[in-house]
Design a protein around this ligand. Structure first.
Ligand code: NIG
Ligand code: FE
Length: 414
């Protein structure tokens, strides 16, 4: 057993765990001052006030003194593309010069650029570079991450990516979920033949993905210039038959109908949402779909920001994830996402913490196990550097405020 003692503030505690927080409830952030936390095996066993610590210190194999420091549940990053073959900083310069995301995609850049390179990389190469990225996000406080395929776009390369993710699941202490994103872009060989590429995904990729249990979820980039609502409908319908629940890219480039088709198929989340209006919010209300905003992508691409504030004020839950990928968001730093949530989207620190822990845990299907400090949940958490207040976490942006990381109840050497 591990005891963390003298915790200045234990953040995001739950006596009765909930699966998400929506609307005004996103203001709720339960904390405990001068607290202790007990970890047994890989689980959170107990927590409480220091003055009520039930056991003597010599009962514990390890005692960590967190004086002046806070304990947070690890961030949950519910949307990334962190298995990729190479960085794409040249395109980024094109962007600075004013080319739009769609223009870059049309010139064979963007996703297609990554797909060309993925075909040339071995499983081992993709695995090693992705593992390094996982180490980096562990140091930044992430404890669970969803990873998509989608830089393959052929049966062979898509399966290769998913096998890499499967190995990462086995080898990394992070909790990982895999999402099949064969429908990320239309490969050049299928140009003008979107429906035929959709057939290829449905007939040749999905059956193998399902048979080998290579994915937990199904994604489609449903947007202007990418996959139509009709194609998305066919893809999600096929995925449903294999028991793959959708988590889709929607409304990043236009009011594409992506949110509606996602909700129709009971998507776990719809992500991006820059183009969200009253009608989309109405569809999301009373659904079981988590609206997920990706501040890194909008920031990096200089695109309009999703109306996150309005969505919360409308009563919706909201999650915020990194979208870590080489094209539109080359960072998996969830501390930065937390700061962006407050600075760019006007979420209060409490709302921003809920958006990056509990609500992202729902958005990747792990809120029963992660996303808060609750008895019985997996002990994925971090101890901060000395901090004056909780508000300091988003405020002191650009600095790593994570000092000690515990994953599955074990101290991780950073
Ligand atoms: O989530 N929007 C679609 N896909 C990724 C971008 C991937 C890329 O440019 O490589 C995203 O932003
Ligand atoms: Fe994405």
């Amino acid at each position: 057993m591990i005891l963390i003692k003298n915790i200045k503030k234990l953040v995001q505690i739950e006596e009765q765990p909930v699966s998400w927080r929506a609307g005004k409830e996103m203001q709720e952030l339960h904390t405990l001052d001068e607290a202790y936390l007990i970890i047994k095996d890989d689980k959170i066993d107990d927590f409480g006030l220091m003055t009520a610590l039930p056991m003597t210190e010599d009962t514990f194999a390890e005692v960590i003194d967190a004086s002046g420091r806070m304990v947070f549940p690890s961030f949950v990053d519910s949307h990334t593309h962190l298995v990729y073959p190479a960085s794409r900083e040249i395109e980024y310069v094109d962007k600075i010069k004013g080319l739009s995301y769609e223009e870059i995609a049309k010139r064979g850049g963007g996703i297609l650029n990554s797909a060309r390179l993925t075909a040339t990389r071995s499983e081992e190469q993709l695995y090693r570079s992705a593992m390094q990225r996982l180490q980096e996000i562990i140091r930044l406080g992430t404890g669970a991450v969803e990873i998509k395929s989608g830089y393959g776009l052929t049966p062979e390369s898509e399966l290769k990516m998913l096998r890499v993710i499967q190995r990462l699941k086995q080898d990394s202490p992070l909790t990982i979920k895999a999402t099949f994103l064969g429908a990320h872009a239309i490969p050049p060989s299928y140009k003008g033949r979107q429906e035929e590429y959709v057939d290829l995904i449905i007939e040749e990729m999905l059956p193998v993905v399902a048979a080998e249990r290579l994915a937990d979820y199904m994604d489609v980039f449903c947007d202007q210039g990418f996959f139509t609502v009709e194609s998305t409908d066919r893809l999600l319908n096929a995925a449903m038959k294999y028991g793959l629940r959708p988590k889709i890219h929607a409304n990043e480039l236009a009011k594409s109908g992506g949110i509606q088709v996602g909700v129709k198929y009971n998507a776990l989340s719809v992500d991006h949402l820059e183009y969200t209006g009253e009608e989309e919010m109405r569809v999301l209300k009373d659904s079981e779909t988590m609206p997920t905003v990706l501040p890194g992508a909008a920031f990096f691409l200089g695109m309009p920001y999703a109306p996150a504030r309005q969505m919360i004020d409308y009563g919706l839950p909201l999650a915020m994830a990194s979208d870590f990928n080489p094209g539109s968001s080359p960072s998996g730093n969830m501390q930065l996402i937390l700061s962006m949530a407050s600075i760019l989207y006007r979420l209060t620190p409490e709302e921003a913490i809920n958006a990056t822990t509990l609500n992202t845990a729902y958005a990747m299907g792990v809120s029963d196990r992660l996303g808060s400090i609750a008895r019985g949940k997996i002990a994925n958490l971090f101890i901060t550097t000395p901090m004056p207040t909780v508000e300091y976490m988003p405020y002191y942006y650009g600095h790593n405020k994570v000092e000690t990381v515990i994953l599955n109840g074990e101290l991780v050497s950073l």
